[in-house]
Write a protein that binds this ligand. Structure first.
Ligand code: NCD
Length: 322
C-alpha cells in the first residue's frame, strides 16, 4: 500500500482507512513488547528530536522508549532546562534543533496549534505529542488499539467520556477518531466543562450528546474514558472537589450501570480518589496499563512509517531510476 505520513498533527484530517492502517501497522510492534529482547535496528542512524515544552512523564518516556527500541538516537529538549526560559522564541528553538539534523521532531506544547506552526516552518516531519486543548493523536490511536483488541472492532460502540472535556486534548482526539467509526459518543461532566461547541467536533449526523448526570451517561456504555481532573479547576462557587467526587467519580457502584464488560480507560496521570475510585482503577475492567504498553507499539509504528518507511521508498525509487 503506498502510504506516507508527512506529519502527525491530529486525528481530525485522517480517514477511517488511514487510522485502521496505523492500527494494523502497530500489531507487530505489540508483539515486540512481549519479547525478551526488544531492540530492533530499523531506525539505526536516524535521530528523533523530543521537544517537550510542557512537562510530561509518560508520553515523553513512551516516545523515547519507542525510538530506542527501533535503534534511533535521540535529542532531548526539556522545558525546564531549555533556552525558552531565557526568552528564545519557539521558532528559534526548533530551528536550532533542526540545524542539528534530526529526522523528525516529536513535540508537546501548551499552546494549541504550536506543532502545526512548526510543521509549516520547518522541512521536518512533526509528531504532535499533545498541544494545548487541541489534539493528542497518539493517545487516541493507542486508545483505539486497546478498544479494538478488546472488542474486536471500533464500529458502532457506545463510548462515554467523563470529566473535564472542555480542557482535554485527549477527549478531542478521541471524539474525532471514534466518530469516524460510527461510535455513539456521550460526553459527561459538570455543565461548565460541556459547552455546546463540542458537538461541532463531529460531522453533522454523528451521534454525540452531552449529559450532566453520570448515571444517565453510563447506561449501555461499552467503553468509559475517564479523564484527569485538575484540582485547581475545582473550587467554590463553581464546583468544589468534594462535590465533584460525589457527583462524577467513577465508582464500582456506578460502573455497574454500564455494560457488564465495559472497558475502563484513563490516559493518565490518574488521580485516584478524585475522578476514579481505586477499586475501579485496579479492577478487572480497567485497561489502564494495557493502554500504556499499546502506546509504545503505536509510537514505534508511527516513527517507523514516518522516518523508516521513507528510507525504503527512497531506496525503491532510486532502484527504479537505475
Ligand atoms: C494526557 C495529556 O497530557 O494530555 N496525558 C497523557 O499524555 N497521557 C492527559 C492529562 O494530562 O490529563
Amino acid at each position: 500500500m503506498p502510504f506516507r505520513f508527512g506529519h502527525m498533527l491530529g486525528i481530525e484530517p485522517l480517514s477511517a482507512e488511514e487510522i485502521l492502517f496505523l492500527l494494523d501497522q502497530s500489531k507487530p510492534f505489540q508483539e515486540i513488547q512481549r519479547h525478551p529482547l526488544k531492540k530492533l535496528a530499523t531506525l539505526r542512524g536516524k535521530t528523533v528530536a523530543l521537544a517537550f515544552f510542557e512537562p510530561s512523564t509518560r508520553t515523553r518516556i513512551s516516545f523515547a522508549t519507542a525510538a530506542a527500541r527501533l535503534g534511533a538516537d535521540q535529542m532531548n529538549l526539556q522545558a525546564e532546562s531549555s533556552s525558552l526560559k531565557k526568552g528564545e522564541s519557539l521558532l528559534d528553538t526548533v530551528r536550532t534543533l533542526d540545524a542539528m539534523k534530526p529526522d523528525c521532531i516529536v513535540m508537546r506544547h501548551s499552546s494549541s496549534g504550536a506543532p502545526d506552526f512548526v510543521a509549516r516552518n520547518l522541512a521536518l516531519p512533526v509528531i504532535n505529542a499533545g498541544d494545548g486543548t487541541h489534539e493528542h493523536p497518539t493517545q487516541a490511536l493507542l486508545d483505539a488499539l486497546t478498544i479494538r483488541d478488546r472488542r474486536g472492532t471500533l464500529e458502532g460502540l457506545n463510548v462515554t467520556i467523563l470529566g473535564d472535556i472542555l480542557h482535554s486534548r485527549v477527549a478531542r482526539s478521541n471524539i474525532h477518531l471514534l466518530s469516524k467509526f460510527g461510535c455513539r459518543i456521550t460526553l459527561c461532566g459538570p455543565a461548565m466543562w460541556l459547552p455546546r461547541e463540542l458537538e461541532c467536533l463531529v460531522p453533522a449526523g454523528s451521534a454525540i450528546r452531552r449529559v450532566t448526570r453520570i448515571e444517565e451517561a453510563l447506561e449501555d456504555a461499552d467503553v468509559i474514558i475517564t479523564l484527569r481532573v485538575q484540582q485547581e479547576r475545582l473550587h467554590e462557587p463553581a464546583l468544589a472537589i468534594d462535590e465533584y467526587i460525589l457527583q462524577y467519580q467513577l465508582t464500582s457502584e456506578r460502573l455497574r450501570i454500564a455494560k457488564a464488560d465495559a472497558l475502563v480507560m484513563h490516559p493518565g496521570p490518574m488521580v485516584r480518589g478524585l475522578e476514579i475510585e481505586p477499586a475501579v482503577a485496579d479492577g478487572p475492567q480497567s485497561c489502564v496499563l494495557e493502554q500504556v504498553t499499546n502506546g509504545l507499539a503505536v509510537r514505534m509504528a508511527l516513527l517507523f512509517l514516518m522516518i523508516g518507511a521513507e528510507t525504503s521508498s527512497e531506496r525503491d525509487s532510486s532502484h527504479a531510476a537505475d
